[in-house]
Design a protein around this ligand. Structure first.
Ligand SMILES: [Cu+2]
Length: 156
């Protein structure tokens, strides 16, 4: 009897963790989905990082991302990498407009959320809550896993 109980509880644990994982990587709110999100592990001795994700607007109206916030940092900006005169440079952008049924991809060497003045080092495996701010709809809270820079070869 005891053995059966143990198996059942293990099974329910597995099911629960599967549900949790799918919630972590996909959020659906106000006709917006965020998938494939992650935050780059911070490099020892530095206090900056960046967050990446794919945002899809499934609604009939465009949405405008105007910023983000998190308790890990008091300053998060929307940034964009671009090539100019053969040099990669980075600039702050005011907002990202995502048209109806369109997708915005935040990825290394492209758009990203730049996180400044990180209070504590971000370690691979941590789960960070970010709040996305939009001009025309309520905030959307997402959870992003921290990923090692060794897996994502990207220096920002
Ligand atoms: Cu940046």
């Amino acid at each position: 009897m005891k053995k059966i109980n143990k198996t059942t509880s293990m099974l329910s644990k597995i099911i629960t963790s599967c549900v949790l994982i799918s919630v972590m990587f996909t959020i659906q709110a106000q006709n917006l989905t965020a998938t494939e999100g992650y935050i780059r592990e911070s490099i020892p001795g530095t206090t900056v990082s960046s967050a990446y994700m794919t945002l899809t607007n499934t609604s009939e109206k465009s949405v405008t991302l105007v910023g983000a916030s998190s308790k890990i940092s008091a300053r998060i900006e929307i940034h964009e990498h671009s090539m100019s005169n053969g040099m990669m440079s980075m600039r702050q952008v005011e907002s990202i407009v995502i048209g109806s049924k369109e997708t915005a991809i935040l990825q290394p060497s492209g758009l990203h959320l730049m996180i400044f003045d990180i209070k504590e080092p971000l370690k691979h495996g941590d789960l960070i809550t970010l709040t996305l701010h939009f001009s025309s709809q309520p905030n959307v809270e997402i959870q992003l896993p921290v990923q090692s820079i060794k897996r994502k070869q990207h220096h920002h």
